[in-house]
Design a protein around this ligand. Structure first.
Ligand SMILES: [Zn+2]
Ligand SMILES: [Zn+2]
Length: 138
């Protein structure tokens, strides 16, 4: 049976929430980022527990490998992920900031959108440190 590596994707904020994420998902997220960003090495993820944003270094992921899991993925390790565009005030003409949310298998986009006000409360900014004023699912 084919196997795939799983990684410890851990929130560095005080909550320390850890997710076990299969490489297939991290690769898909990185490819999605490559469509729009010149540098697709740092994935900006939003923590499922504290809803704070943190960065995951994709090229350095091997340091976080926890083992392997069988394909097709078991629901225990499978996750859905969402790509979200964050925009600061349009008058700044900044490119959108791409954020990714890795959530439990079966999480819907409607459930994710309900998190957006909490994300904003936690404070998100664009690459030029302007506050993000609009979040939308891609
Ligand atoms: Zn967290
Ligand atoms: Zn900006």
């Amino acid at each position: 049976m084919p196997r795939v590596a799983v990684f410890d994707v851990r929130c560095p904020l005080p909550c320390d929430k850890a997710l076990l994420v299969p490489e297939t998902i991290l690769v898909d997220i990185s490819l999605s980022l490559q469509e729009t960003a010149t540098d697709a090495s740092l994935l900006t993820l939003v923590c499922p527990a504290c809803k704070g944003a943190f960065q995951f270094d994709f090229p350095e992921r091997l340091k976080k490998v926890q083992g392997t899991t069988a394909l097709p993925l078991d629901r225990e390790v499978d996750h859905v992920w969402f790509s979200i565009e964050g925009q600061c005030d349009p008058s700044n003409s900044c490119p959108p900031q791409l954020l990714f949310a890795i959530r439990a298998f079966g999480t819907t986009s409607t459930q994710l959108e309900k998190e957006f006000p909490i994300w904003s409360e936690r404070g998100l900014s664009c690459i030029k440190e302007h506050p993000i004023v609009k979040l939308s699912l891609r």
